[in-house]
Design a protein around this ligand. Structure first.
Ligand code: ZN
Length: 99
């Protein structure tokens, strides 16, 4: 009975070794497989900070001035055009500063 157990174990070990060698050979040949995994990991890691940066850029772009807003040359605050009191030499002054 012992030989019956030993013989399949040897064959299993041989198969495992062969499979490992084949896998190693395949990994070396198909190194792109591991590279693809790394790229996906990097892409996933870059997506979150990239999205955050895009949001920050959008917020920065929106906050300074919109199409219907202007920046007061005195208080440097962004006001709606309805708050524009005077504009001289390209300097726009809000009603609060002009008052
Ligand atoms: Zn002002």
């Amino acid at each position: 009975m012992a030989t019956d157990y030993d013989s399949p174990r040897k064959t299993d070990d041989d198969l495992n070794e062969d499979s490992l060698q084949e896998l190693q050979a395949r990994r070396s040949d198909k190194s792109s497989g591991s590279i693809d995994i790394d790229e996906t990991d990097l892409a996933e890691s870059l997506e979150l900070p990239g999205a955050d940066l895009s949001n920050e850029e959008l917020s920065l772009r929106v906050i300074p001035r919109q199409a219907d807003e202007f920046t007061c040359s005195r208080c440097f605050l962004v006001h709606h055009r309805s708050q524009l009191a005077s504009e001289k030499n390209g300097q726009q002054i809000c009603r609060e500063c002009a008052a």
